[in-house]
Design a protein around this ligand. Structure first.
Ligand code: ADP
Length: 234
């Protein structure tokens, strides 16, 4: 479970996240939507203690993330917008193995996790391939596999569909749906709810650093219907 309580984050005088209290249960699939600059990325970076709160607190399973960042990072996997920013190794297998290796797991367990994570994103058997030779869509899938190999309770994806062509977009959504069905919680940051309407149960809308909407997807869609923008794009 991820909880923020009165979370405030300031980059300068203005608060990018302004008094956000939110609870995300294990297994929930949540979209965090809002215009560019509304504070979505800043909010989710706090879930893994990648930023420090100016006010308030963030807990994962009741444990304060500032005090126990390693715990938070094992339970909450992050996939950033540009996968190239998060690769640490030259080949697919080495990169996906990096997280589990840092948990000090034995080789058999690491290999099992790498194989499972690559299979989950349809990259099985491609561990020896160089990441810089992969397409953008394949790199996005390797980034997801790297987070999955940690076997997190929640997977946070920041704009996972931006820049993907239609068929890659559909395949990424398909993978996320099956992950969600198998019990992994999802937090999908997006500026366009249409991308993830079929994936999420709940929509948290951000505006100027605050939560301006927190509703089941159907209810959130009713509002979008009024605005005439319900159709998914991919
Ligand atoms: P979103 O993910 O919704 O686009 P962000 O969390 O990236 O929103 O940004 C929220 C606000 O904080 C914006 O006004 C943005 O310009 C500002 N901001 C984000 N990152 C930084 C940073 N590293 N330094 C200064 N301001 C930032």
């Amino acid at each position: 479970m991820i909880e923020t309580d009165g979370l405030v984050h300031r980059y300068d005088e203005t608060a990018a996240v302004d008094d956000v209290s939110l609870t995300i249960d294990d297994g929930e699939a949540v979209a965090v939507v809002g215009a560019n600059g509304s504070g979505k990325t800043t909010l989710v970076r706090h879930f893994d203690a990648l930023l420090e709160p100016d006010e308030g607190s963030v807990r994962v399973d009741g444990r304060d993330v500032t005090e126990e960042p390693v715990y938070a990072r094992t339970r909450v996997g992050m996939v950033f917008q540009n996968p190239r920013d998060q690769f640490v190794a030259g080949t697919v297998g080495a990169d996906v193995a990096f997280g589990p290796e840092n948990l000090g797991l034995d080789r058999t367990e690491i290999d099992r996790r790498v194989d499972e994570a690559l299979a989950a994103v349809e990259m099985a058997g491609r561990g020896d391939e160089r990441i810089d030779r992969l397409s953008g869509g394949e790199q996005a899938r390797v980034a997801v596999a790297g987070a999955l190999a940690m076997e997190p309770d929640h997977l946070v994806l920041d704009e996972p569909l931006v820049g993907l062509d239609r068929s890659t977009c559909e395949s990424v959504l398909e993978h996320l749906r099956s992950l969600s069905a198998s019990g992994t919680g999802l937090v999908v940051v997006t500026h366009d709810l249409r991308d993830v309407v079929d994936l999420v149960d709940r929509v948290v809308g951000m505006g100027d650093g605050r939560v301006v909407l927190d509703a089941e997807t159907e209810r959130a869609l009713d509002r979008l219907d009024e605005a005439g923008v319900r159709d998914p794009r991919c």
